[in-house]
Design a protein around this ligand. Structure first.
Ligand SMILES: Nc1ncnc2c1ncn2[C@@H]1O[C@H](COP(=O)(O)OP(=O)(O)OP(=O)(O)O)[C@@H](O)[C@H]1O
Ligand SMILES: [Mg+2]
Length: 331
């Protein structure tokens, strides 16, 4: 709208100038009258532009309002008979799970996965295979189109959602750090009070205590957009400390693809290894060491499990896997 109205305005001014100049040359209009006419015209233009911008703004706002309303009206599917379930020591299973985000485009086909307590289960495979989608289903951001996910004998859909999410710890690919203090970043969303000693303890376990101690305000150090910029490795270690604090029964780990420098990498790796102890870990593996060390690997390709087992077993049984590992980790 803006360029069009600007152009019309300019055409108008040029028109008036031309017509006015001819009238002045003919002597039927004084120079002063033409100039004052133009001055009044410019004064009028300001408000006219404002009115047109107002309608622009109005159209934008009503669009946004519509979307916010849609979001607020989205039903929360939680029934009163959902149960609290302690997932510790229980087996997590995906049974014949199929899923599609959109109709007619199935992403996962009959996925079967078994994860036992204290086991490290790795998901590996080419990009777009469906690994993150499997994670989304377990986190209950989506529901399987068919099949079910169970914990012990319970369908996870029947578990109280808050209760379920509180028992899962997630360390993502690009670990999110929010603008705020380190303390706020650690405790956000936590369901119980913690003191600073506790925070230092988890920072230490995540090998993140050193750089926090070195910064001026300690736990109160502002990070994120307006505060101290953290390196990728430091951000990941903050995310790991956050997971330690929650002490989740199930750890879900989406390994970062971007590589860190080797010192930082080693620290992240050590922190993760100790975080993985004594709990079930599901990991989308991008590092060869994670894959090799996993108790069980699921090779996910085009939405199916093309093979599962330990690294040695898979190399022998599934040629696609052997090829994938070879290509991925040639170096
Ligand atoms: N929100 C979504 N809506 C529609 N399609 C999606 C959505 N998210 C993912 N997909 C599609 O689902 C398929 C699997 O994607 P997914 O993210 O699970 O792959 P991935 O195995 O995690 O890949 P990568 O290793 O690159 O992270 C892809 O074809 C992708 O285009
Ligand atoms: Mg992914």
């Amino acid at each position: 709208m803006q360029p069009i109205s600007n152009m019309l305005m300019m055409i108008l001014v040029i028109g008036i100038l031309t017509y006015g100049a001819i009238r002045v040359m003919q002597g039927s209009l004084t120079m002063g009258a033409l100039i004052s006419f133009l001055m009044y015209l410019f004064q009028l233009m300001g408000p006219v532009i404002m009115v047109s911008q107002f309608f622009n703004e109005l159209a934008k706002t009503s669009g946004s309002t519509e979307r916010i309303r849609e979001m607020l009206n989205e039903p929360i599917e939680e029934s009163a008979d959902d149960q609290k379930v302690d997932v510790a020591g229980k087996e997590l299973q995906l049974q014949n799970v199929s899923f599609s985000y959109e109709k007619d485009k199935q992403i996962l086909h009959n996925i079967n996965v078994v994860a036992k307590p204290n086991m490290v289960v790795a998901f590996a495979g080419p990009s777009g295979g469906g690994k993150s989608t499997i994670f989304s289903l377990i986190e209950r951001f989506y529901k399987p189109t068919s099949g079910k996910i169970t914990i012990g004998n319970e369908n996870i859909d029947d578990v109280d959602l808050t209760n379920w999410r509180h028992q899962i710890g997630l360390v993502g690919q690009n670990s999110a750090v929010m603008p705020g203090t380190i303390r706020e970043n650690l405790i956000y969303g936590l369901d119980h009070e913690v003191n600073d000693d506790e925070l230092w303890r988890v920072l230490k376990m995540a090998y993140a205590d050193k750089f926090v101690k070195e910064s001026e305000d300690g736990l109160g150090t502002q990070i994120g957009e307006r505060g101290v910029k953290l390196s990728d490795g430091q951000r990941q270690r903050i995310a790991i400390a956050r997971a330690f604090l929650r002490d989740p029964k199930i750890l879900m780990l989406d390994e970062a693809t971007a590589s860190l420098d080797s010192e930082s990498e080693a620290m992240v790796q050590k922190a993760l290894t100790s975080l993985m102890k004594n709990r079930m870990t599901l990991v989308i593996a991008h590092r060869l060491s994670t894959i090799v060390d996993a108790d069980r690997i699921y090779f996910i390709d085009h939405g199916t499990v093309s093979g599962s087992g330990t690294h040695e077993e898979l190399v022998k049984s599934t040629s696609l896997y052997a090829e994938y590992v070879h290509n991925q980790f040639k170096k």
